[in-house]
Design a protein around this ligand. Structure first.
Ligand code: ATP
Ligand code: MN
Length: 537
């Protein structure tokens, strides 16, 4: 059932500079679903979910993400090609153009908030040009109840106008699309792109500045769940490494699938109120929780459907990044509110397309810091003919595009918290086995799940106590045996059946690690440097 918390209240947006707009305030999910269909902007899938196309952009555009450089940000933000500066004057001028563009239009406004822990709650007003974008905000942000809506005091404003095209020459953008954060005005200004992920990642980036700088809280690009014993586990990882997939575990309560804060009071809370899952090759067998969450209230993005509205999850003709968003209550087993205790286990997920990292290994504190700062995964070159070499991809803190501060700021916080909490840290390769991409295959999901389960219930440690194999190239503690996983799967070298090729590739990847880490060496102590690979150069 679609939750229906339609309100009769209405609000004016004149104070934002939007004049004579027809405001649809706080429409229910169902109303937005229907509105999208009526306007011919989407279709209904046979599951009852809404299916839309995000248009030109089917993913985020990191090169068009700016931060206004002003008193608040200038000395704190790590400026560069990730956090690209934008002038306050240009922002004001562009903002005026965008609100002028939205004037006279029918628009969608919603009040919501981020951060499930009330002490950290950030109230957000979202103004959307399109109904389905507003429904996305309903799905992904936390939903105030009727009482909370009375006297709602919005702190941050998101202005989202996919149909507005910037003029780079005049507006100071790189091209026609942009996502700009202004910390002084507390505005996220998004235009020229309909990709919904920009909306949620805009607020994530804002919180990644606000929480560490003002609230002594460690923001994390990770998923989280909690076991029957009340133990929290968190899963860091870059896009496509398995945060959403692996946190949806019917035996554990889901806290959240993407963005969390770790507080000084030793709790972990979700920033969001929903999930945003990849649906490429989705099947009911492999990922039942996500599959079953696709029902009325969910929004499918950029998928192909047949005439009956059946989605072909294998079809990537629009994009590989097909998605579904849904409110978290579409998952059966959830933690309410979305808050857990200090984690006991931390997993770093990596999709190693070179197929050389062990499927699971245990990290020392130094290795944990080293791998957190490195943030390794691999990219497989799309489907272009002839290109089948994986490319290593390093993204500090497993989420550099969303981190306004210098990576070492987050790493210091995480190290301190990990030490205090006495967590186990595991590196999990959800990527390739039996050879690199093109030769080997993706690690079976059931084995990854079994390894994670064994790490969490202590049986992995029990089975390998004092007997971890130290990987000769990466120096990682590699278990030799794991409940419900064949021993052979645990040694990537053995799965290759080609020792020479394996070691050559492993050293090559180790070299990439070292090369990438050079930029951080001056900030790293001896313990962290001791966490680097033993091999490579
Ligand atoms: P994002 O940050 O973009 O949301 P994510 O970390 O949440 O990314 P997922 O949405 O969980 O990534 O994507 C993992 C993808 O890899 C899914 O499509 C999943 O089916 C697939 N997959 C295949 N094998 C495995 C495995 N062994 N472990 C985890 N995921 C796997
Ligand atoms: Mn995810």
């Amino acid at each position: 059932m679609v939750e229906n918390n339609q309100t009769t209240k209405t609000i004016s947006v004149e104070k934002y500079g939007i004049k004579n707009a027809q405001v649809n305030y706080q429409l229910s999910s169902k109303a937005l679903h229907n509105e999208t269909l009526e306007k011919g902007m989407g279709k209904e899938a046979s599951s009852g979910a809404l299916a839309i196309n995000t248009g030109e952009f089917t993913g985020r555009s990191p090169k068009d993400r700016f931060i206004v450089k002003d008193e608040i940000t200038q000395d704190k933000v790590w400026w560069g090609n990730i956090n690209i500066p934008f002038s306050p004057d240009k922002f004001d001028a562009l903002y005026d153009k965008v609100v002028n563009y939205l004037s006279e239009k029918e628009i969608y406004v919603r009040d919501s908030y981020a951060c499930a822990d009330q002490n950290y709650r950030l109230n957000i007003r979202v103004i959307n040009e399109y109904p389905w974008s507003n429904m996305f905000a309903y799905n992904m942000f936390l939903r105030p109840n009727e009482d909370e809506l009375e006297g709602f005091d919005p702190e941050w404003l998101i202005v989202n106008a996919p149909g507005f095209m910037a003029d780079p020459e005049v507006d100071g953008t790189r091209q026609h699309n942009f996502a700009i954060l202004n910390f002084s005005k507390k505005i996220a200004l998004i235009g020229g792109t309909g990709y919904t992920g920009e909306i949620k990642k805009g607020i994530f980036s804002a919180l990644n500045f606000i929480l560490p700088v003002f609230k002594n809280t460690m923001p994390m690009h990770c998923s989280a769940n909690v076991g029957e014993d009340g133990e929290t586990a968190i899963f860091f990882g870059l896009s496509g490494t398995g945060k959403t997939t692996l946190s949806a575990d019917p035996k554990r309560k889901l806290i959240g699938d993407d963005e969390h804060g770790w507080t000084a009071e030793n709790t972990v809370f979700n920033f969001e109120g929903g999930c945003y899952a990849k649906v490429i090759n989705l099947s009911a067998e492999n990922e039942p929780d996500i599959y079953n969450a696709i029902k009325p209230g969910a929004i499918l993005e950029n998928v192909e459907m047949d005439a009956e509205g059946n989605v072909d999850f294998e079809n990537t003709s629009i994009t590989q990044n097909t998605r579904v968003s849904y409110p978290i209550y579409h998952i059966d087993n959830i933690q309410q509110p979305s808050i857990g205790k200090n984690p006991k286990n931390i997993f770093f997920l990596t999709a190693d397309a070179f197929g050389v990292l062990p499927p699971i290994s245990k990290l020392t504190p130094g290795q944990a810091a080293y791998h957190f700062i490195s943030g390794y995964t691999a990219k497989v070159a799309g489907t272009e003919a002839g290109i089948d070499e994986p490319v290593p991809s390093f993204s500090a803190c497993f989420g550099a595009p969303f981190m306004p501060l210098h990576p070492t700021k987050y790493a210091e916080m995480l190290s301190a918290k990990m030490q205090e909490a006495g967590v186990n840290v595991w590196l999990v390769n959800t990527g390739w086995t039996g050879g690199p991409y093109g030769v080997g295959k993706r690690m079976a999901l059931k084995y990854t799940r079994a390894m994670i389960t064994a790490a969490m219930d202590g049986s992995l440690e029990e089975a390998n106590k004092d007997n971890y194999h130290i990987h000769s190239v990466f120096g990682l503690q590699q278990p030799r045996t794991c409940p419900n996983v064949p021993d052979g799967v645990l040694s990537p070298r053995k799965t290759w059946n080609n020792d020479e090729g394996y070691y050559k590739t492993a050293h090559k990847l180790a070299s990439s690690f070292k090369q990438n880490f050079k930029q951080f060496e001056e900030f790293a102590n001896e313990e962290i440097m001791a966490g680097q690979p033993l091999g490579g150069e």
